[in-house]
Design a protein around this ligand. Structure first.
Ligand SMILES: Nc1ncnc2c1ncn2[C@@H]1O[C@H](COP(=O)(O)OP(=O)(O)OP(=O)(O)O)[C@@H](O)[C@H]1O
Ligand SMILES: [Mg+2]
Length: 287
């Protein structure tokens, strides 16, 4: 029995001419214990898919079974409760409450769960220790670096001991050391039996996953099993594609720039007739 089962799920945003088909009849099953990377170009529907899986959004059409329970039409409160008990979220930028300490921020989900103050601070503290933030407990979010805030946000997502972790570009704002810290932490959680679904634009990070789902235009175009520790084959190819595309983009950017520069003759004609001074030559060499 799959943990997550989406059948022909579509998501439409907007009305009339402004309608966007963010998901186009997506079907996917995810079993307990999988570590799934979702990849694809910007706007292809990755966040929409994760938001639906995480009960933050509802499909326009199709069915969603979470732990074999039909959830696509759950009321707001029931969805919120199920979400709280089952799913931990990590986003690229996670808004911590600025006037609360890191420890209080991490303990917050436990307040909603009715855990007493002593126990929740203890749990939050041990979670912060796990992400290497034990010496930042009494700092305020504004006193942390981006990477540290993300680590605290991860501790907060984990404090409820959710069985599913949904992470939308969790390393999007981190440098390579920060990304490794986060991914290794997620791997550890995965090894403890959790199911993890994360979005990444970085093909290298597929080495942490057991499965990679590739999306385009609201559809899943490929679904690949992959070995832990190895970059997924299609992701590797994707890496080259991305590189090739960015060169083209650069060239397109350059041509665009050239268009804004006066006509070639207009620039070069005076140079031919008027010798440049040493000073202007130097400046020209520098640029
Ligand atoms: N709330 C919304 N209202 C209207 N359109 C939306 C909304 N959310 C997403 N969309 C549209 O749905 C499509 C899919 O968006 P989504 O955020 O899922 O893409 P993504 O793959 O996560 O992109 P990125 O890599 O940039 O985060 C896009 O065309 C987007 O503009
Ligand atoms: Mg997104």
């Amino acid at each position: 029995m799959p943990l997550i089962k989406l059948e022909e799920v579509s998501k439409l945003y907007g009305f009339g001419d402004a309608t966007t088909l963010a998901l186009d009849e997506v079907s996917i099953s995810i079993d307990k214990g999988e570590f799934v990377a979702v990849m694809g170009p910007s706007g292809c529907g990755k966040s929409t898919l994760l938001n639906i899986m995480g009960l933050l959004d509802r499909p326009t059409h199709g069915t969603y079974k979470l732990q074999n329970r039909v959830v696509e039409r759950l009321g707001h409160n029931r969805a919120a409760k199920l979400r709280r008990d089952t799913i931990g979220f990590i986003f690229q930028s996670y808004n911590m409450l600025p006037r609360q300490t890191v420890l209080d921020n991490v303990a917050l989900p436990l307040v909603y769960k009715g855990v007493g103050p002593t126990k929740r601070l203890k749990l939050a503290s041990s979670m912060l220790e796990r992400v290497g933030m034990q010496n930042r407990e009494y700092f305020y979010p504004t006193q942390l670096s981006g990477g540290q805030i993300q680590c605290a946000a991860i501790a907060r997502a984990l404090v409820n001991e959710p069985s599913i972790i949904i992470a939308d570009e969790p390393t999007g704002n981190l440098d390579s050391a920060g990304s490794r810290l986060v991914m290794e932490l997620l791997s550890e959680i995965h090894l403890m039996g959790n199911t993890i679904i994360f979005v990444t634009h970085n093909p290298d990070l597929t080495r942490y996953a057991t499965r990679v789902v590739y999306m385009r235009d609201g559809r899943i175009i490929q679904d690949e099993s992959t070995s832990l520790g190895e970059v997924a084959k299609t992701a590797k190819r994707h890496l080259y594609k991305v590189r090739a595309k960015s060169v083209e983009d650069d060239l397109a950017g350059v041509s665009l720039l050239m268009k804004t520069i006066p006509d070639k003759n207009e620039v070069e004609a005076p140079r031919k007739t008027k010798p440049r001074s040493r000073r202007s030559k130097k400046t020209g060499d520098r640029s």
